[in-house]
Write a protein that binds this ligand. Structure first.
Ligand code: GLU
Length: 351
């Protein structure tokens, strides 16, 4: 009897200590490393050439000892790739691990280190599939860790600051880059080499990071309340992107649509427009049951349903304000649940 009372007391005390540590600003944060320039290594401090994904997570952690002031930090290596090689298998591995971390209460927040090329796609994929409102923050770098004025250490510290802050709970997946915080749905890479590459062209950053603190200004209403459950999935339905341009040959559409995709995203001119032969090829694909989603190559703004293009007649859906690469992510996930065109269109307005 006395033994069980003692055990109960110990249990209560350990819960209190845990809660106090969290309120003292000592949250448990796991960094999941995937590679990219933030783990890139070059031959010299001044040359631009480097190989992405070379530096292991323990070296990254040791390079920024200040992160330990913000919580109990540990790291795991999920992949060591440049993000141009990011793939659906790694997305599924990553989101399953994050869901496991939160389900088993292994951490209060997760930071993902990632190459910048496809960072926005991974961020949106996680936004749609992580079943927790705890902070998940994705971070990268534009200069390799061996470069002069490298940005990775600062970005990593800032990502930890964001992940550790209780205000980051319930904001969906966030991207922390260059002293700014972005919503996963809205952010995009806008420059091949600038440090200031990440922007949310339609709505701006949701927060700013400075001097070890994050300040929030906006919150997206579109971070999904309902998530896609990928627990049992090992792959996603095939969805390809087709690019629009002046005098485009419809063979590019036929090539793709004859390769067996369940959906295609068309990165159209302006408000998702196409020339007549491409439009005919896309309409034929829609008739065959392929979900054809019109998006745009302009880089910002919405694709509007049934205005210049007769979407209902041609059997198309529109991406709303999602760029083509993010529209592909939502279309792949939507197709895991339904192939009903109206429902998929609604997803593009809801998510
Ligand atoms: N292409 C590499 C990648 O996306 C390096 C670019 C970067 O991380 O900035 O991982």
């Amino acid at each position: 009897m006395r033994k069980s009372i003692l055990l109960l007391l110990l249990f209560v005390v350990s819960i209190q200590v845990h809660a106090q540590e969290q309120s003292k600003g000592s949250p448990r944060i796991i960094i999941l490393a995937t590679g990219g320039t933030i783990a890139g290594s070059g031959e010299s401090a001044t040359k631009a050439a480097y190989t992405a994904g070379k530096v292991p997570i323990d070296d990254l952690l040791n390079a920024v000892p200040q992160i330990h002031n913000y919580g109990k930090i540990s790291g795991e290596q999920i992949a060591s790739i440049g993000s141009q090689d990011m793939n659906i298998a790694t997305w599924l591995k990553l989101t399953k691990r994050i869901n496991e971390i939160f389900a088993k209460d292994e951490a209060d927040a997760v930071v993902v280190t990632h190459g910048t090329d496809t960072q926005e796609e991974t961020a949106y994929f996680l936004d749609l599939t992580v079943m927790s409102d705890k902070p998940v923050v994705i971070v990268g770098a534009m200069r390799p860790s061996t470069a002069m004025s490298q940005d990775g250490n600062r970005n990593l510290l800032d990502a930890i600051v964001v992940a550790a802050d209780p205000k980051s709970v319930g904001k969906g997946v966030l991207v922390a880059m260059n002293e700014k915080v972005f919503d996963a749905r809205d952010v995009t890479k806008t420059s091949t080499t600038d440090l200031e590459t990440f922007k949310s062209k339609n709505f701006g950053p949701v927060g700013l990071i400075y001097d070890g603190k994050v300040q929030y200004y906006y919150q997206s209403l579109r971070s999904p309340l309902k998530k896609f459950d990928v627990t049992k999935l090992n792959s996603l339905p095939q969805v390809e992107i087709i690019y629009g341009y002046a005098d485009a040959n419809p063979n590019s559409v036929y090539c793709v649509t004859n390769s067996g995709p369940k959906g295609v995203v068309y990165a159209g001119m302006g408000n998702g427009n196409f020339n007549a032969p491409v439009g005919k090829a896309l309409a034929e694909a829609a008739k065959k049951g392929i979900i054809v989603c019109r998006s745009g190559r302009a880089g910002s703004g919405r694709i509007t349903l049934d205005n210049e293009v007769k979407d209902a007649e041609l059997g198309f859906v529109v991406s709303d304000d999602l760029n083509p690469q993010k529209a592909r992510v939502l279309l792949m996930l939507s197709l895991t649940e339904t192939s009903n065109r109206a429902k998929i269109q609604q997803n593009f307005f809801d998510y």
